[in-house]
Design a protein around this ligand. Structure first.
Ligand code: A4P
Ligand code: MG
Length: 168
């Protein structure tokens, strides 16, 4: 008889970003590593996006994945940090250039506020480089803690300069 104790599966949205080295390969390598712990359900296209925060740095490639995982929020964060480290990410300045950045945007409909982890991701609703790819795979999703869907948040932002990279 099989165990009745089955780990629960949680729906997560993860943002990927890279603006150093071979950016497309970095995203690909991150997706491969992520899939060890996160079953990828949907992936957005890859977008080339103007740098947000610090403007004087190379353009980013950004993508958002919807996945399913049995990891808890903190275990997922540890796992993403481990993938970043294995891929050779070095400490950088805040909002500065990086080989790979993996952020948890959403975890089910949870709202989490701890020193190490904030979900929904603190700055996601201000960032077209997050909301454009997220809207592609989940435009109608409500952002917990706000009264708006992804699409409604996106309409409030300037998404000029964001282009589909695959189409180049
Ligand atoms: N942390 C808290 N909540 C979360 C969460 N939901 N997901 C903590 C992931 N991490 C979370 O992150 C710093 C700490 O945030 C983590 O250790 C974790 O405990 P980090 O990845 O080490 O540092 P960071 O990414 O440099 O954070 P920072 O400075 O907040 O940068 P951002 O906000 O990630 O911005 N422009 C474009 N176009 N595209 C980009 O992808 N990325 C950045 C980086 C700037 N400009 C960009 C892009
Ligand atoms: Mg990060």
């Amino acid at each position: 008889m099989g165990s009745i104790l089955q780990a629960a599966h949680h729906t997560v949205f993860i943002a990927l970003g890279s603006n150093l080295g071979n950016r497309l390969e970095n995203l690909q390598s991150a997706r491969t590593r992520l899939s060890e712990q996160v079953r990828i359900i949907k992936d957005s296209q890859t977008y080339e996006t103007p740098p947000w925060g610090i403007h004087d740095q190379p353009a980013f490639l950004n993508q958002v994945l919807q996945g399913s995982t049995t990891l808890s929020p903190l275990k997922l964060l540890d796992f993403l940090k481990q993938v970043e480290k294995e891929m050779g990410r070095e400490k950088s300045i805040r909002f500065g250039p990086r080989l790979i950045d993996l952020d948890i945007l959403l975890y089910d409909v949870r709202q989490i506020n701890t020193p190490r982890l904030t979900i929904p991701h603190k700055r996601m609703c201000e960032r077209a480089f997050v909301l454009v790819p997220l809207a592609e795979i989940a435009y109608n999703l409500s952002i917990p803690g706000t009264e708006r869907t992804v699409e409604e948040h996106l309409r409030l932002l300037d998404s000029s300069g964001i282009i589909q990279f695959d189409a180049l």
